[in-house]
Design a protein around this ligand. Structure first.
Ligand code: ATP
Ligand code: ATP
Ligand code: CA
Length: 223
């Protein structure tokens, strides 16, 4: 299934912003980038719809560029917290549907929350959590914290689970965890919201939701 084309404004081309830019552009979305460092702008100019060398805290520049025609903005300015906050405020006033902002630390994150950033990313902290989980269990593929207590994990089903139905595995009763989806190992299709009689094979990817405690018990006993 091909996703509808969306348009993005990426401000700041550090490692984080550059990596977002390249990914969005490679998936054929419309991307405008702005950085005050000309060399960084030139580096991605051929990949994106529009690459602009400018200071994003200058409201008149953003207005002239017509950035408010774009759907979503990503503010990936890291070290200059003041510039990150000011840019986010200006974009918020311009009426962006969704603004994603990289936070340098918790204090920065709290300010961003107050001024209406929709998604706040702490790349090092978030990645640290994911990596820790994947180190602890070789079978954890991805991990998303839904709240301080609940998480969503993607795991590869183990040999222990091979050839059993969800009813036999009884994950909800035994571990309080629900399987939201099963992605069979060798097939493209995905079984969303599987029922009790659906079977699991070793290597299938299971998308699980539950409390961190319950998930970690399941990881230790079944994976
Ligand atoms: P990363 O860790 O993602 O590599 P970083 O957190 O170290 O990046 P910075 O290098 O401080 O972040 O900033 C990222 C980019 O944002 C830089 O390329 C910088 O030139 C750009 N930038 C900073 N302030 C502004 C601004 N006011 N307008 C436009 N670009 C800016
Ligand atoms: P429940 O008591 O959880 O509502 P149920 O009595 O409706 O279950 P079934 O839906 O037939 O019975 O499922 C039997 C058992 O199979 C459940 O208790 C649960 O442990 C397991 N199960 C079924 N579907 C899932 C799922 N998607 N994720 C995790 N476990 C499941
Ligand atoms: Ca950095």
């Amino acid at each position: 299934m091909k996703q509808a084309k969306r348009s993005f404004l990426v401000i700041g081309l550090g490692r984080f912003g550059e990596s977002i830019t390249k990914t969005l552009a490679s998936l054929d979305h419309e991307v405008m980038v702005i950085d005050k460092d000309e060399a960084k702008v030139n580096k991605v100019a051929d990949l994106v719809t529009q690459a602009v060398h400018a200071d994003a805290t200058d409201e008149s520049v953003l207005k002239e560029l017509g950035v408010s025609n774009l759907d979503e903005a990503i503010v990936a300015i890291g070290d200059d917290i003041q510039a990150s906050i000011l840019t986010t405020l200006i974009l918020k006033d311009m009426g962006f549907e969704r603004i994603v902002v990289k936070a340098k630390n918790d204090y920065h994150g709290r300010v961003l929350e107050k001024i209406g950033a929709d998604v706040i990313i702490h790349p090092e902290k978030d990645m640290g959590i994911r990596v820790a989980h994947s180190i602890l269990s070789g079978n954890i593929i991805d991990f998303i914290e839904l709240s301080p207590d609940y998480s969503l994990v993607e795991v590869a089903a183990s040999q222990t689970m091979n050839g059993k139905s969800l009813k036999e595995l009884n994950l909800r009763a035994k571990y309080g965890c629900t399987v939201l989806a099963i992605k069979p190992k060798d097939e493209e299709k995905i079984n969303i919201s599987p029922s009790a009689n659906d079977m699991v094979k070793a290597g299938d990817v299971l998308v699980l939701v539950g409390t961190n405690r319950d998930l970690s018990k399941l990881e230790q006993e079944l994976l």
